[in-house]
Design a protein around this ligand. Sequence first.
Ligand code: UDP
Ligand code: MG
Length: 232
Amino acid sequence: MLPNPGHVTQTTPLTVVLPVYRNEASVAELVTRLEQACTPLNIKLELLFVDDASPDNAHEIIQKLKSHHPTIRIIQHDRNRGQQEAIRTGLKNSNSDYVAVMDADLQDPPEIIPSLYQELVDRQVNAVFAVRSNPYQSTGRMNTSKAFKWLVRQMVNLPKGAGCFVLMDRAMVRAVLGFQTKRFYLPGLICKAKLTISTLEFEREQRIHGTSSYTSAMRLKTALSNIKCLLE
Ligand code: UDP
Ligand code: MG
């Protein structure tokens, strides 16, 4: 049964914020699948790509897609600032009632957005995390990721498996931007906001196109920055 959120009309838009760095191979399929997945919601959709100074052809490809897909908007960083800053730019430039954030490499399946939406409406919460229930990367990466998330959980009670695949209402977007921290770490700030959250399990896909843009050194640097953000 497709969700029927009731009060939602064409004038209640949903923005999907999509940080882009080296995603030229996945953006076309991403747009098709997102538009298809969100059609049953009967909600005005905006796909907000934030090009984080991607060195591949992602920007040109998205510009081309934009001419056939009026749902698309694209913003460009003047230099590479990292995933979290790209997300912050997307949130700052959104003004819709609901905002979803997800990766642009199709590891986060667009098809679960209607279920996230249904959960948010049914439970009347301010955010729903899509939580990963399966191992989706190498054992080494899974373990370091788990250790980092454990630490975050001690600080702000981050739900297990939660990351940057999340749907928020406007109150939550306002709250996370309101922290005005030097650094930005979306999952942590959502938990710090002291609004209501819920979770929905999903199977994260293995990456099909290319490899993760995070080297081990970048992962460590990002983890430290994320922790510092929560201490600011
Ligand atoms: N990303 C970004 N800037 C960066 C690195 C990554 O905007 O400097 C985006 C990337 O395009 C993707 C998301 O962040 O949408 C997650 O990146 P990736 O898939 O490389 O990381 P992983 O899945 O390994 O955590
Ligand atoms: Mg990925």
